[in-house]
Design a binder for this molecule. Sequence first.
Ligand code: IDP
Ligand code: MG
Length: 141
Amino acid sequence: MERTLSIVKPDGVKKNLIGEVIGRFEKAGLRIVALRMLKMTKEEAKGFYIVHKDKPFYDSLTNFMSEGPIVVMVVEGDGAISKVREIMGATNPKEATPGTIRADFASDIERNIVHGSDSPESASYEIGYFFPSIDLVSTTS
Ligand code: IDP
Ligand code: MG
């Protein structure tokens, strides 16, 4: 069993896609084991995306991610990290496989609807950024 962090980004919430995103994860056999809706401050968005601090898009990305409410969730399942990224599609919706969330709904490379951790290390950092371990539901009991 693996866990990953996913986010319905501010554009996804505005476009009323919370259920769509969660539904696609569930249809793929993944389980939601923690869920919150919140609005990040600019500082919180900068901390979340600290790995991108030297990228030219860091300032714009963190403005976008703090512009409105988001839904953050922990998704669990066999190979959850790569499964979520497959369901999301490529970062740039123009390059995303048809039928992926980003191909279907994203407007550009920044406003791309959804986030998913890219490795076990980033999943661990990102889950801990939003959820104390006590909030993670056990699916084995
Ligand atoms: P990922 O979300 O597919 O893992 P990353 O490279 O980790 O993509 O980038 C994090 C986020 O930063 C992207 O989802 C997107 O919102 C934004 N982003 C990535 N590359 C660019 C870019 O070249 N211009 C503007 N925004 C970008
Ligand atoms: Mg990434």
